[in-house]
Design a protein around this ligand. Structure first.
Ligand SMILES: C[S@@+](CC[C@H](N)C(=O)[O-])C[C@H]1O[C@@H](n2cnc3c(N)ncnc32)[C@H](O)[C@@H]1O
Length: 196
């Protein structure tokens, strides 16, 4: 397996402090949109320290965190009930149609190849399954300033409008919709039709 790491390992440097700097407060809304609980498997794609997955794991049969950063995954491995795997979302080491739910938080804009990563998530999503992507809403000035700051820090971020991500998911055969938060985030909810 070949992993393509960024020039500077920003997340490796942040990993030990990440959960303290950014606590996740949308577990309830996320669980609602994901239609939890499920007896199936939930994948937190580019799930980092498991900051999000730890809230969702009690409501799923299995919770898997996949991330490219070993230091981020070390934090996830210390949390109970999480299975951690080092891999790129662009090359998921999972069988076709094996995941009941998939979540991706604050990571889509960091992906090396967004189209390929989305295609991989669609490949592993079960019929009746649901993928939720939470991203900063690039229509907001504050988010555009963050995008500029990340560029200056040589992060390879590429922020996309929610509509663009939802359109990409539609072209992969997923039924997609958008929601916007007052706090400047956009939720993309993409479902594969079929029996749950
Ligand atoms: C801002 S962090 C968010 C982590 C987690 N989703 C959360 O909300 O706490 C972005 C994460 O994406 C990971 N990442 C970036 N590109 C990736 C890729 N192509 N495949 C897997 N993980 C990736 C980084 O290593 C990092 O852990």
């Amino acid at each position: 397996m070949v992993l393509t790491m960024p020039i500077i390992d920003h997340f490796g440097l942040m990993a030990p402090h990440y959960d303290r700097l950014a606590s996740f407060r949308r577990g309830e809304r996320m669980a609602e949109l994901l239609r939890l609980p499920t007896r199936g498997s939930i994948l937190d794609a580019a799930g980092g320290t498991g900051r999000v997955a730890q809230h969702l794991a009690p409501q799923a049969g299995l919770a898997i965190v996949i991330d490219v950063s070993q230091p981020m995954l070390r934090q996830a491995a210390a949390k109970p009930s999480l299975v951690v795997v080092q891999a790129e979302v662009e090359n998921l080491p999972l069988p076709r149609r094996s995941q009941a739910r998939i979540v991706m938080v604050d990571a889509f804009h960091h992906l090396r190849d967004q189209e390929r990563a989305l295609a991989e998530m669609a490949r592993v999503l079960e019929p009746g399954g649901c993928l939720v992507i939470l991203e900063p809403d690039v229509r907001r000035l504050g988010v555009r300033l963050i995008a500029l700051a990340e560029r200056l820090l040589l992060m390879r971020s590429r922020f996309r409008h929610g509509e663009v991500i939802a359109g990409m998911a539609m072209r992969l055969g997923l039924v997609s919709r958008l929601e916007r938060d007052a706090d400047g985030s956009v939720w993309i909810v993409a479902e594969r039709q079929g029996e749950d």
